[in-house]
Structure formats: structure tokens, C-alpha cells
Write a protein that binds this ligand. Structure first.
Ligand code: URA
Length: 230
């Protein structure tokens, strides 16, 4: 929310007073004086006017999990274990998954309570590559890379996928980089060639790589540097 709106939503300031507070440089967001009425205030921001704290700001949390097969990318499921069951932290209920994976897909999963951060990571517009290691039932031929680079038409959504890069690693294995996360996207792309995906593992999301020290089912908090990369 814009800082001017945040302040004028409080019963104690009207719009004119808010303008004045900003011009007089009496407002600080996360310790920095702001005078721009458009400056952003998040639920994580500390907001002060003079020396009074108006919002403490809740801690933003970011985790990297190595998703094992056989668990659901959801916060709750009536039948199966979920990735959130693997996270042992207080206040788990405000966490969400940035970019879901299918039940048997393994690999990098990012979990946070910061919606702005997770949107930057997953929105197709930001074009951050999501890199998957893929094993298939049938051989992967040279025409796959050409078709994936052109984009594939998905009738259900009535869209053409953004160009994707395929590097063939072996007769039935490849590394695929896509910038979107459409429903079952990788399986549907290989499905175009009637080739079933037998193993799917996400290695990377944008600049964030799955830490090899994490065994399936393990997680760790992201470092400040990793958080800033997104
Ligand atoms: N594409 C798929 O088909 N499944 C996943 O889990 C991720 C991408």
C-alpha cells in the first residue's frame, strides 16, 4: 500500500496532515525518511512518525525446501502429506508456496509469507527461468527443442507458451527451462509428442539453486543475499 494511504487510513491523520508529515520529512519506513507519497508500505515494514512506531512490521520469512516425491504442494490436504507438514516453524499458517510442483515432482520449492516476493518469482512477465531435469519414457528427438522454442498452443487456457529452452542430455533425459508455470506445463509439453514424463525434478528458480546439502524433505531458511536476488 502507498505510504500516504497507509497514514490516512489511520483515524488520527487526515489527508492534508499526511501530506504535511511527508513534506516535513517526519515519516520513516524501515528506518529511512520518506517524502514520496507513493513509497510502498508492506505488512513487513516498520513505519514511524517522529519517534512513534505506527507499525512494527511482521518478520518476512523465506525457506528453501527439497520437495520429496509423494507430497502435495498445498498448505492442507485431507489425504496426503503436504510440503507444509515438512516445515517445523511457528506460525506456519501465513506461509505459502511460490510455484507449486506435482505430487511426484521433486526438487526446489520456495516457501514464504511475502506475497510480493513470491509474485516476482512466479509471474511470467518477470521471465525468471524455472529449470527442470526431465526423464521420459520415449526418446527425445531434435525436433522437441525447436517446437519448445517456438511455443506450444495450450487449448484449455487458449494461450501459446513462452519460448522454452531444451538441452538434450541423453536419449531419454533433458534439461528444460521455462519462464511460466502453467498447470502440468512440462508434462503437457512432452505430452505434445506423446512422450510420458517419468521423472521431473526442479533444479533452479531464477537465480536460486537447490542446495545439494538438502536431502529430500529437508529445508533451510534463505540467506539475506538469496532473498535480495529476487
Ligand atoms: N510441470 C509439470 O508438469 N509438473 C510440475 O510439477 C512442474 C512443472
Amino acid at each position: 500500500m502507498r505510504v500516504d494511504r497507509f497514514l490516512s487510513n489511520l483515524p488520527r491523520f487526515n489527508r492534508k496532515q499526511v501530506r504535511l508529515l511527508l513534506v516535513e520529512k517526519r515519516v520513516r519506513v524501515d528506518g529511512t525518511i520518506v517524502s514520496d507519497p507513493h513509497a510502498e508500505v508492506l505488512e513487513f515494514s516498520r513505519v514511524e512518525v517522529d519517534d512513534e512506531v505506527l507499525q512494527v512490521g511482521k518478520p518476512a520469512r523465506y525457506f528453501m525446501l527439497h520437495k520429496p516425491p509423494g507430497c502435495v504442494s498445498a498448505t492442507r490436504d485431507p489425504q496426503h502429506p503436504t510440503v507444509l507438514d515438512l516445515i517445523h516453524e511457528a506460525d506456519k499458517n501465513d506461509l505459502h508456496i511460490a510455484g507449486r510442483l506435482d505430487f511426484n515432482t521433486t526438487g526446489l520449492m520456495l516457501i514464504t509469507n511475502d506475497g510480493t516476493w513470491s509474485r516476482r518469482l512466479t509471474q511470467p512477465q518477470t521471465k525468471l527461468p524455472k529449470v527442470y531435469y526431465v526423464e521420459t519414457e520415449q526418446e527425445i528427438t531434435a525436433d522437441y527443442a525447436i517446437t519448445f522454442a517456438k511455443g506450444l498452443y495450450f487449448a484449455f487456457e487458449d494461450l501459446t507458451t513462452q519460448p522454452a529452452e531444451l538441452v538434450v542430455l541423453g536419449a531419454k533425459s533433458a534439461r528444460l527451462s521455462i519462464v511460466e508455470g502453467r498447470y502440468h506445463q512440462v508434462k503437457r509439453m512432452f505430452g505434445h509428442f506423446d512422450n510420458k514424463v517419468l521423472r521431473l525434478h526442479r533444479e533452479r528458480m531464477g537465480p536460486l539453486l537447490l542446495d545439494d546439502a538438502l536431502k529430500p524433505g529437508e529445508y533451510r531458511p534463505l540467506s539475506d543475499e538469496e532473498i535480495r536476488l529476487i
